[in-house]
Design a protein around this ligand. Structure first.
Ligand code: ZN
Length: 56
C-alpha cells in the first residue's frame, strides 16, 4: 500500500486530495482535515481530485 505526504501537515496518508491553495499556483496534495480547513478559510482553494494509494 502506498502513502503520500500531506503538503500542509507533513503526515502520511493513504488518501489525499489534490488541491490548489492559491490561484494560478501549482497543485499540492493534502489530507482530508487540511483540505477542510483550506475549504473553510482559503478563497483561492480549488479541488482537483482524489489520490488513493490503495488499489481496488
Ligand atoms: Zn494534512
Amino acid at each position: 500500500m502506498k502513502t503520500k505526504t500531506c503538503a500542509i501537515c507533513q503526515e502520511e496518508f493513504e488518501v489525499l486530495y489534490r488541491i490548489q491553495i492559491k490561484k494560478g499556483k501549482s497543485w499540492i496534495f493534502a489530507c482530508k482535515s487540511c483540505v477542510e480547513k483550506q475549504k473553510a478559510t482559503n478563497l483561492g482553494y480549488r479541488y482537483g481530485g482524489t489520490w488513493k494509494g490503495k488499489r481496488h
